[in-house]
Every structure is written in C-alpha cells, then in structure tokens.
Design a protein. Structure first.
Length: 620
C-alpha cells in the first residue's frame, strides 16, 4: 500500500498542503505589512495552491479507494522529532479518508472566505495584518488535520486558539472586540487543560500517542473512560459545548469572514474532528459515550432556545452553530462517528453561506440588527437574500437540501440508542431550529422603509460569487451520503429513513409556519415565542455569563485580594521586617563610630575594668 501511495505522489501533495500558508504568513509579516494589495495576493496564492493540492489529493485518494472493497488503511509519513527513555515523538503527516474529508472542508471554505474578504475588508487599514492572521489560522487548522499523533495535534490545537484570539480581537481599538478575544482565549484554556492531562496520561500509561495505534492500546474500561473524558474536555472548550459555550457568541465582534471561518471550517469543528480521530479510545467506554451524548443533547437544545430570541443576525447563526455542534457531539455519543462527520461536512457549507450572507447584509445596511437590515432593504439584495433562504432551508433540515440528509442520519443513530427522552429532545430541537432559521428569513422579508436612503443594489460579485458557490454546494452535497459512508468507513450508508424523516420534516414545517405567523407581514418585532415568559431565561443566556462574572468577581478576585494581602503584610512584611531590623541595628552600631580617640580610650578603660572585675570575682 505504501508503494501505491508513493506512486500517486501523495507525500509531495502533503508538502504542498502543509507549507504554503505558513510561508504566506511569514512573507506578509516580515516584508508586506505596508503593502496591502501584495499581501492579499500572497495569501490568496497560498490558499489557491493548498486548495488545488487538496482537490488533487482527494481525486487520487478517492480513486484509489474506489478500487477496494474496504476503507483504505491510514498511511503515515513521519520524521523522528525527539526521544525519551519511554517514548518517541514524530512529526509528519497522516493520510486517510478522515484527513482528506476534513481537508476538503477546511480548504474550500478558507479559499472562499479569502476571496469574499477582498470585498468585505476593502478600505480597512489593517488588511495586510488580516490576511497574515487568516493564513496562519488556515495553516494551523490544516496542520492539525494532517497530524499523525495527539502531541502534534495539541501543538496546532493551541496555535488555532491563538489565531482565533488575534482575529476575534482584530479591531482591537473596540473594547468589545478586545474583551471578546480575551474571553475566547480564557474560556478555551479550561477545556485545553483537560486535553493536556489526557495527553499526559496516554504518554504515562502507554508511551505512545500515535493515532494509528489507538485501536491496539488495550485500555481497561476505567482508564479508557478517564482518558476519554479528559480529551472531551478539550472538545467542550473548542467546540463550544455547554457550559463553556459562552465565548462563541461574543466572538462575533471579529470581522464576519473570520466568523464564517471559525464556525464552518476551523476552530469549533476541530473538537468534533478530534472525537472522530480518537474514536477507538472513546468506543472502549460506554460511560464516556453516554456523557458525550448528554452534553451534546443539552448543548443543542439550550443553544437553539437562545437563537430564537436574538436580534443580531450574526448571533442567531452563532447560537445555531453551537446547537449544530451539539448535534455532531450527540451523534458521536450515540456511537455514530459517520453521522457526526457527515453533519460536520454538510454543515460547513451552509453555515459558511449563512455567515457570509450575513456579512453581505451588514456591509449593505451598516447594522447587525435584523430589523434594521429589513428596514434598509435587505430583501432587495436578491442574491444575498436568496442564498440566505437556501442556507435556512438546509439548516432547518428541509428536503432535499443537505441538512436534511445529515440530520436524518443523526436521528437514526439516536433512535437506535433506545432513549425516548433523548430522541424526543433532539426532535424538538429540530423544530426550534426551523423556527429560528425562518424567523430570520421572514423578518428580512418585511417591506423596507422607503426613506432609509439605501438602494436595492447587492454586494459586489467578489462577495456574492462565494455565496452562489456555497449555495450550490448546499443543495447537492447531502446527496453524497452513500459515497461519503463508503469512503469514510467502507460501509454503504444512505437512503432516507421514513420513520424518522417524516416526523422530523413535519416538525420542521411547523417551525417554519410558526415563524411565518409570527413575523411575516406586520411590523411587530416580538413573535409568539418571544412573548412567552419562560423565554426570558434564554434571553438572559441562562444567566451563565452572570454566574461566571460572579465567580470571577467574588471568588477569583476575592481570593486574589486575600493572597495579595497575605503577600504584602505577611510574606513581604516578614522579609521587609528582617531588613528593617538589620538596618535599625546597623544604624545604632554606626553611632558608636564617632572618630574621637578620647571616647574610644574611655570605652576601652571601661571594658578592661569590667573584665578585671569579673576575673577578680571569679578567683575569689
């Protein structure tokens, strides 16, 4: 098999995938910080090179897989990095179907985001820095995907986190953007600590973190549960699972192309990818799978309820992303890595579409508020509005759009678990998803204010072109379900399961109807759902931000003040006290040195007299 891969020039292709982004970042930062157009050209050249290499890799690898009845085995290309007494660390590439599928997602979306940014970031004084960060972000995610072991993955996992911090806070002069960047960086650190401990535990117990060896480690159930849950902590942080999801909506303070990249192809999907990459360890623990399913189901439901009450168009899609990530996580918890990855694949296209369309609306109206966009003629932006409808149909799971197929696969996996409560919760979350998706659509459908001063023109083609490409992909990638399953796991999987598709579709249509009744036509800005008293809880984001603020202010800062008081008055006080005592004694002794010989002779006579008296008394 290795010889076959060598014949297909896959090592050369992997070099062409790994290096260009990092080279572009270095060139822009070192030489092109003041030449925005050339920096943009270098970044686009790197992105197009990586995309072309990825498509070539997919064509060759998929063609090779088609000639085999089973899934192709993974092949690694590694160099020894460092060695210890018990472990050897390698740096290199891992090529298998999961790698190739993730590369398709990352590189297609990254390239379209870079093209879209030409129009969206036009006139921004920091475009060179923006494209440098974008290249580093895409390169870090690419390197994470092709990593052959957990240690290399962790290195680029942290680099992805750094890039998100830089891009979320790109407009650093805005206090909200700076605060959002810090919040994202700090919140994900909590999860990353768990991932790091899981990495250390694997190294300590097995001395090996190569992904190709995960299936043969022979971990006991208890050890597999412990390691799985520690790795899952990293997933909770990066993929915004409850209760560490609070950073992702605030991350909308960054430029909209960054939001699309984070939500569709890079940071937040890294956690779901890590689940599938580490599947052999997770599948060895039913306890870990049940915990993962619970977290995913709660996240999907909670985030969907919050999306139902948002006015900011980007925050609607942000909470939607959290909810859809919950779907992916719960699918994995239902022991279906296939449906989890297939939903990640389809979701990438329609969520990138929705975010980039939102950016087009914001670029036109100068506002994130749904009602402001509608008043300023949002529905007259025919391409942007039409592609938004396509994305909403896919997100709601309406046949025959791509979201329908991937959600059908997830519902089948959940149904097979035999948990009526979990199945019902996932079904109801699908109803909420259709409601908030078309809540956006019907608000944007409203008649514009003729005195708003905004015309009916759409965004430039450099922005609408990527929307059209993503809309076409959204319409058709779901139909690849059978081929996706055969390529990913070597097992045919496809076809609509009517026993779950029919009730799910009915609920989705009911959600659409409720949104139409609530928001189509009139001027009312509160729908039926918005007026429910219980919706005040999701409107306040389940008070989690308030809770974290209270913990930070009362406990963390309270303990910090106590430690500072002890440090100042006890630790520093004791050290400073010794110094003050020595200084005081030195001052007193220094007064004996007057420089007067008469005083020295008097003191000497006095001391000799005392000494003589002492000797006399001792002899007597």
């Amino acid at each position: 098999m290795v010889e076959t891969f060598e014949a297909l020039k896959i090592p050369w292709l992997m070099d062409a995938i790994f290096y260009p982004y990092f080279a572009a970042f270095a060139i822009i930062i070192l030489f092109l910080r003041r030449n925005e157009k050339l920096a943009m050209a270098v970044s686009l050249l790197a992105s197009s090179t990586v995309l072309a290499s990825t498509l070539m890799l997919f064509t060759r690898h998929y063609g090779l897989a088609a000639g085999h009845s089973e899934v192709l085995p993974p092949v690694s290309y590694t160099l020894k990095w460092l060695s210890t007494g018990s472990a050897t660390f390698e740096f290199g590439y891992l090529v298998d179907s999961l790698t190739v599928l993730m590369l398709i997602v990352v590189e297609v979306v990254s390239f379209l985001v870079q093209v879209y940014s030409i129009g969206y970031m036009h006139g921004d004084k920091g475009r060179a820095r923006f494209y440098a960060y974008l290249s580093l972000f895409s390169g870090s995610m690419t390197a994470l995907v092709i990593s052959p072991n957990l240690l290399q993955t962790y290195i680029f996992w942290e680099l992805v986190g750094l890039c998100s911090y830089l891009l979320i806070g790109f407009w650093w002069h805005k206090p909200e953007a700076a605060a959002a960047a810090k919040k994202a960086f700090v919140m994900t650190r909590f999860g990353d600590l768990g991932l790091f401990l899981g990495l250390l535990m694997l190294l300590y117990t097995r001395g090996n973190v190569a992904f190709t060896d995960f299936g043969a480690m022979g971990l006991s159930a208890g050890l597999a549960t412990c390691i799985s849950l520690l790795i899952f902590c990293g997933v909770v942080g990066k993929s915004s699972q409850f209760p560490l999801h609070v950073w992702l909506p605030d991350a909308m303070e960054g430029p909209t192309p960054v939001s699309a990249l984070i939500h569709a192809a890079t940071m937040v999907v890294a956690g779901v990818y890590l689940l599938s990459r580490s599947a052999p360890i997770f599948m060895a623990s039913q306890t870990a799978l049940h915990v993962i399913f619970l977290f995913g189901a709660v996240t999907a439901f909670v985030a969907a309820t919050m999306a139902c009450v948002q006015r900011d168009i980007k925050k609607v899609w942000a909470y939607s992303t959290i909810s859809q990530l919950g779907y992916m996580v719960l699918a994995f918890g239902a022991a279906s890595s296939l449906s989890s990855m297939f939903h990640l694949f389809t979701h990438a296209f329609y969520k990138a579409l929705l975010f980039l369309a939102a950016g087009s609306f914001i670029h036109h109206a100068g506002s994130n508020d749904l009602f402001d966009i509608a008043r300023k003629g949002g529905r007259r932006m025919w391409i942007t509005f039409g592609t938004t409808v396509v994305g909403a149909l896919a997100l709601a799971g309406i046949f025959p759009f791509s979201g329908f197929y991937s959600k059908d696969a997830i519902l089948v996996a959940v149904q097979a678990m035999g948990s009526p409560v979990g199945y019902g919760l996932v079904m109801f979350t699908g109803f909420l998803t259709a409601y908030y998706s078309f809540r956006v659509v019907f608000i944007l459908c409203r008649r514009p204010d003729e005195h708003s001063g905004h015309g009916s023109h759409d965004s430039p083609f450099v922005m609408t072109g990527p929307l059209l490409i993503l809309a076409i992909a959204t319409c058709f990638v779901g139909r690849w379900e059978h081929g996706f399953g055969a390529y990913y796991l070597g097992a045919s999987h496809g076809g609509v399961h009517l026993d779950v598709a029919i009730p799910a579709s009915i609920l989705a249509i009911l959600g659409l109807i409720l949104a139409a009744v609530s928001f189509a036509g009139g001027k009312n800005e509160d729908g039926v759902v918005d007026r429910l008293p219980m919706m005040e809880i999701p409107r306040q984001k389940y008070y989690l931000d308030d809770f974290y603020y209270w913990v930070t202010q009362k406990i963390v800062l309270g303990c910090s003040r106590l430690c500072a008081y002890v440090d100042r008055h006890f630790v520093d006080g004791s050290v400073n006290g010794v110094a003050e005592t020595v200084r005081w004694l030195g001052d007193r002794w220094s007064r004996l040195q007057t420089g007067r010989i008469q005083q020295y002779l008097n003191a000497l006579v006095f001391m000799v007299s005392v000494l003589g008296l002492g000797i006399y008394l001792a002899v007597m």
